[in-house]
Design a binder for this molecule. Structure first.
Ligand code: NDP
Length: 478
């Protein structure tokens, strides 16, 4: 079995404590992919110490912005180089399609390229006080930034916060999810190392969330936290941040709805659904997990969606032609089964799927539920699987009310050819991002984040850089 190591202070190392190993499985075959010694508090202390020392050395803070940008572009170049080898490991540990796994490294490179362009644009301003005072502001990094990363997009999501924190001059510690740490500690760390990133600026440790994750967010020398994952864990992290009065960026999932108006091109809805709820087996925070369809076109749309769901080819992520991949774990599969059962017991009709796939691995059928009522659990909770709930509406006000009636507000969308309806809906739907006539229209340059329980602060785009900077005001009596 291949053994992997943590990346601390520029070196690959085992946990200093000889204890448990984390075994990582392929969700498609249930076979072992590799193992890594489980990081514990002592490893967290070493990683934080390395980050703190590198921050205090001011090696990144004092690096001229152009040089920092060059280093980030070098990281991007190295990430592109490791995309094939890293993609292979990521495909195996996560279960996702191989091209999608490889693309995560390209996406990561895009983040480093994008934020390299901001290093020389972190500007303060001068403020008129009176003729005897010169007053100006400076943006400075927080110091040590902790990144707690989920298992659904281990490399993309890591890069989106890390690249930004790095551009701002912070030293960093990354904790990947215990289910998918291997591509991060191997290929991602290799790109960092090959790019010549000075020791201690980026450290990667893998342990359990309740162990190393908890120790990291509670550590007195961590000065900022970025977390993506469940609402429950996000709140625990916000408590840890509040305990020490440090800032946190939290992105906590959603139950995003697409409103389909009577004039919509239904094929656009179906094409979007393919990637937005069945792609990545639905394990996407901004998945299109609800469709709210006008009564006049609902039946036609449900037929089309059901045809799509039943036509998808189930397989291993590395096999050509695979369209539906497994979910991450047996636990996740059981959770999805329970949601599906509750939908059927509550009166919703599974017009496609509804059950686990009868084969080895953690596969769940691409599922479409018709006759879903707004108050049902499958219309309210984040299922994080390939399960789409279709609800019906009569007038636009009702559609908006149904769309907004969950605790989440990550994304929402509308399908219509009427630009007036589209802009009206875009202003009234609750969500950090609104998609019109498609889904996932954004890029590394577009700000992303949640309303309501989907979290706060923004990642991606120029707005995100402020999450990794604190403002200093300087007043000089002349
Ligand atoms: P969690 O939110 O529990 O985990 C996300 C990350 O946080 C992982 O790295 C995890 O580590 C870590 N973590 C867990 N507990 C703590 C803690 N106390 N302190 C610090 N870090 C911690 O998600 P799960 O993996 O348990 O998935 C549960 C549900 O969350 C899913 O079914 C899905 O609904 C949702 N989810 C949403 C995501 C999104 O993008 N919005 C992404 C992932 C999950 P470890 O994995 O080692 O426990």
């Amino acid at each position: 079995m291949k053994k992997y190591q943590h990346y601390i202070n520029g070196k690959w190392v085992d946990s200093v404590v000889h204890g448990e190993n984390i075994i990582v499985n392929d969700p498609a075959t249930e076979e072992v992919v590799g193992e890594i010694s489980c990081a514990v508090k002592e490893d967290v202390d070493l990683a934080v110490e390395a980050a703190k020392k590198s921050y205090e050395s001011r090696i990144l803070v004092d690096m001229p912005p152009m040089e920092r940008a060059n280093l980030m572009r070098k990281i991007a170049e190295e990430l592109r180089k490791v995309s094939k080898e890293g993609g292979k490991i990521l495909c195996l540990e996560n279960g996702k399609l191989l091209p999608a796994a490889e693309y995560e490294f390209i996406d990561a490179a895009n983040y480093f390229d994008y934020y390299s362009g901001l290093t020389d644009k972190i500007e303060g301003r001068t403020i008129p006080v009176n003729s005897q005072v010169m007053d100006y502001t400076i943006y400075e990094p927080y110091g040590v930034s902790a990144h707690i990363v989920p298992w659904n997009y281990p490399i993309s999501m890591l890069a989106r916060s890390l690249s930004c924190a790095f551009a701002a001059g912070n030293s960093n510690i990354v904790k990947p999810a215990e289910l998918t740490p291997l591509s991060t500690v191997s290929a991602f760390a290799k790109a960092i190392d090959n790019a010549g990133v000075p020791s201690g600026l980026i450290n990667i440790i893998c342990g359990y969330g309740s162990g190393a994750g908890n120790d990291l967010t509670a550590h007195q020398d961590v000065s900022q936290i970025t977390f993506t994952g469940s609402v429950k864990t996000g709140k625990a992290i916000l408590h840890a941040a509040a305990e020490r009065a440090i800032p946190a960026v939290v992105e906590l999932g959603g139950k995003s709805a697409a409103v389909v108006m009577p004039d919509a091109d239904l094929d656009k809805v179906v094409n979007s659904a393919k990637g937005a709820i069945f792609g990545q087996a639905g394990q996407i925070c901004s998945a299109m997990s609800r469709v709210i369809a006008h009564k006049s076109i609902k039946n036609e749309l449900v037929d089309k969606l059901a045809n799509l769901a039943t036509s998808l080819k189930v397989g291993h992520g590395s096999e050509d032609g695979t369209e539906l991949t497994p979910v991450i774990s047996e636990e996740q599969l059981q959770k999805i089964e329970n949601f599906s059962r509750s939908g059927q017991q509550g009166g919703a009709s599974a017009v496609a799927g509804g059950n686990r796939v009868d084969r080895k691995g953690y596969y769940f059928e691409a599922t479409v539920f018709d006759n879903v009522q707004p108050e049902m659990t499958i219309a309210q909770e984040e299922i994080f699987g390939p399960v789409l709930s279709v609800l019906e509406y009569n007038d636009p006000e009702e559609a908006i009310n149904i769309a907004n009636d969950t605790e989440f507000g990550l994304a929402a969308g509308v399908f219509t050819n009427d630009v007036n309806q589209a802009t009206r809906m875009a202003s009234q739907l609750n969500g950090g991002q609104i998609y019109v006539n498609s889904w996932f229209t954004g890029s590394v340059a577009t700000p992303f984040g949640g309303y309501k329980q989907s979290g706060y602060s923004r990642e991606k785009g120029q707005e995100a850089i402020k999450s990794y900077l604190q403002l200093k005001n300087v007043g000089i009596q002349l």
